[in-house]
Write a protein that binds this ligand. Structure first.
Ligand code: FES
Ligand code: FE2
Length: 460
């Protein structure tokens, strides 16, 4: 074993106070003279308890139904990107469990979200998951009633038979819709708090990342075996790097990852991926680290750290690849794995080399859809590229088979992550122990997520 994993817990510390010894992200990046966004250095953690989390939350049909009835219909979820509906008449359908919403851009270029169900006899206007353009109005395929794109009634065939229908009250059912950094969010609760307050610190924290100036370079859609929460939680901690991603252990201080809980809806991890591991059995020299990062050791300038040299090379490489000037991007923006989770089901990695967006949607209590978007910067001298078409992957398909992702190192990492889920799902079902036992710090985001979920489920 090349790591010292035997450090005992310290009884003099209060629960949740213990941290892995060695420099974490703060210590490593705050000496960098590149203007690290101050909000990256802000930490926010509170001990939330250490009781086991019942496995039934992942396996019970009744719990799943309660999530549908009380949580999914009352939370903001991103439904698509603005570039999926750029012009008047464009539409996109977002489905979550039994709920379905059509997002349209109307003639005034406003985005509207309507429940995908005809006020007449409930027919869906558009197929689940579909999108397209050229609509001048929404026409129901059953009897042909139609509505303008702003939701007002346009026509009822055989109007004489509906004298009791008042134009004003026979509008499409509109639900809240708002945009943050190019992501179109919807909420099925017509009394929902505004998106801006729901997102808590997110708008402030993302101001430095130029997230609106990104486009969807790749969009994958894969079915996973396992409850949606179980799968999502596999991406909310770096504790699993030791056993699941051993190839990264020399380079990543995985156990020194910083975890932050900013509020009910937003949490974060901040993991250094290319600064070496303080717990590797011997410290790599900067030249060795630079070589381990895939470079010729002779290319590391005198007096420059491997992290700095690596970031300088990536700024040039990615700048050329994307057609953007990345000279102002900080090392942490270039290199580190920074993930924000937004309750209930989205993860945003704003980095340049890890530009991932995840969304998890339940199919059944035992399965879910995991969507992954790669967001690349829009070229400075070119038009905004159209968003990538969805690549669908089956239960057993590797991410390395997705066109455009085959040689991306992240594809292998995602295969390692998702290979766990089949076993974890089976193991949870087989367990005679009633719940899972979480680490106080490294798995605190999972506990926080369940706490917020309980708050939604408790609501009448
Ligand atoms: S169900 Fe839509 S027009 Fe009849
Ligand atoms: Fe992972």
């Amino acid at each position: 074993m090349t790591f010292d994993l035997t450090l005992p817990s310290d009884p003099s510390l209060a629960p949740g106070e213990a941290r892995c010894p060695g420099p974490g992200p703060k210590e490593v990046v705050q000496g960098e003279a590149d203007g690290v966004p101050a909000l990256l250095l802000k930490d926010s953690y509170a001990f939330l308890g250490d009781e086991d989390i019942p496995f039934s939350r992942y396996t019970s049909q009744e719990f799943f139904d309660r999530e549908m009835e009380r949580m999914w219909c009352r939370t903001w979820q991103w439904a698509c990107r603005e570039e999926h509906v750029p012009n008047p008449g464009d539409y996109h359908v977002y489905d979550i469990g039994p709920y379905s919403v059509v997002i349209v851009r109307d003639e005034a270029r406003q985005l509207k979200a309507f429940v995908n169900s005809c006020p007449h006899r409930g027919m869906q206007f558009c197929d689940a998951g579909s999108s397209g353009g050229g609509k001048q109005f929404l026409r129901c395929p059953f009897h042909g009633m139609s509505w303008h794109l702003d939701g007002t009634l346009r026509e009822i065939p055989c109007r004489w038979d509906f004298p009791h229908v008042k134009e004003d009250s026979f509008r499409l059912t509109e639900v809240p819709c708002d945009v943050w950094e190019g992501f179109v969010f919807i909420n099925l609760d017509r009394k929902a708090e505004p998106l801006a307050s729901y997102l808590e610190v997110l708008p402030e924290h993302f101001r430095a990342w130029n997230f609106g100036d990104r486009y969807v370079a790749l969009h994958m859609h894969k079915e996973l075996r396992g409850n949606w929460k179980m799968c999502m939680e596999g991406f909310m901690e770096a504790y699993h790097v030791l056993a699941t991603h051993p190839e990264g252990l020399r380079l990543s201080g995985w156990a020194n990852t910083q975890y932050d809980i900013f509020g009910r809806h937003v949490s974060r991890f901040y993991q250094l991926l290319s600064s070496g591991n303080p717990h590797y059995h011997r410290q790599l020299s900067q030249v060795e680290l630079f070589e381990a990062l895939g470079h010729d050791p002779k290319d590391l300038p005198e007096g420059v750290t491997a992290r700095q040299g690596h970031a300088d090379i990536l700024r040039r490489q990615f700048g050329e690849q994307f057609g953007v000037d990345l000279s102002g991007a900080t090392n942490s923006q270039m290199l580190d794995s920074v993930e924000y989770h937004v309750f209930p089901n989205a993860c945003f990695f704003p980095g340049i080399t890890i530009p991932l967006i995840y969304r998890f949607r339940p199919l059944t209590v035992d399965s879910c859809i995991h969507e992954i978007l790669l967001l690349h910067p829009v070229p400075e001298n070119g038009p905004r590229p159209a968003p990538a078409e969805v690549v669908k992957l089956g239960l057993e398909d590797s991410y390395t088979t997705a066109k455009g992702f085959e040689t991306n190192r992240l594809a292998y990492v995602l295969d390692q992550d998702t290979a766990n889920f089949k076993r974890q799902h089976a193991g949870i079902k087989a367990s005679l122990k009633p719940g899972e036992t979480l680490g106080n710090y490294q798995e605190a985001r999972i506990r926080s997520f369940h706490k917020t979920l309980d708050e939604y489920l408790a609501f009448p």
